[in-house]
Design a protein around this ligand. Structure first.
Ligand code: SF4
Length: 195
């Protein structure tokens, strides 16, 4: 493997990526964020159509809910000097019968390790949804168990459910998530990013 380039050249290389362009209905438009000073990385699934069009990750109501969960205003959430955003697929993968399609695995295998190597100050990884959890946790069976295992808010990797309205029923059934798990996680995040 070639040595990890400095962040600006790596980011430029990612922006030029066309590796799975033939699978992307709206074409490549990698949406990610990061910097060598980032302390937290958020790993979700892939940008939705709205994020693709806006060229802004988590540009929808799910993003609003995620920011509320994490206790972050938009300015902090989108401050790449502090928070990196590195989905399992960087480009909008299109929509199928069951919602957004899964991203091509080649994206994460090509870019994730190089991005993380270029962000040496990362201390906390937030795994949003099952796809990221399956990729990054030592063992993964289902989202509920993964989030429960993160319940104390400690450790380098924290599992979160996807903030989509699809999970409203899950949130009602697992009120400990918002009532017990999020407050200490918010404090930890504020401490890490210096708020
Ligand atoms: S999804 Fe990832 S691998 Fe595919 S074109 Fe976009 S950046 Fe490249």
């Amino acid at each position: 493997m070639s040595p990890t380039p400095a962040w600006p050249s790596l980011a430029a290389e990612i922006r030029r990526c066309r590796l799975c362009a033939h699978h992307l209905p709206l074409g490549p438009r990698p949406i990610f964020a990061g910097s060598p000073t980032a302390r937290i990385v958020i790993i979700g699934q892939a940008p939705g159509r709205r994020a693709h069009l806006a060229e802004i990750p988590f540009a929808d109501a799910s993003g609003d809910r995620l920011r509320q969960w994490l206790g972050l205003e938009r300015a902090a959430f989108y401050d790449a000097c502090r928070i990196a955003i590195m989905p399992m697929g960087f480009c909008y993968p299109g929509t199928g019968a069951g919602g957004d399609k899964l991203p091509n695995p080649i994206c994460a295998t090509t870019w994730h390790a190089r991005m993380q190597a270029a962000m040496p100050r990362l201390e906390l990884t937030l795994l949003v949804g099952g796809l990221a959890q399956r990729a990054y946790l030592a063992s993964f069976d289902n989202v509920t168990d993964a989030v429960m295992a993160s319940r104390n808010g400690e450790g380098a990797r924290i599992a979160l459910p996807h903030p989509s309205w699809h999970n409203n029923a899950w949130l009602k059934m697992h009120s400990w998530f918002e009532g017990e798990m999020l407050p200490p996680l918010r404090r930890r995040i504020a401490h890490l990013i210096g708020d």
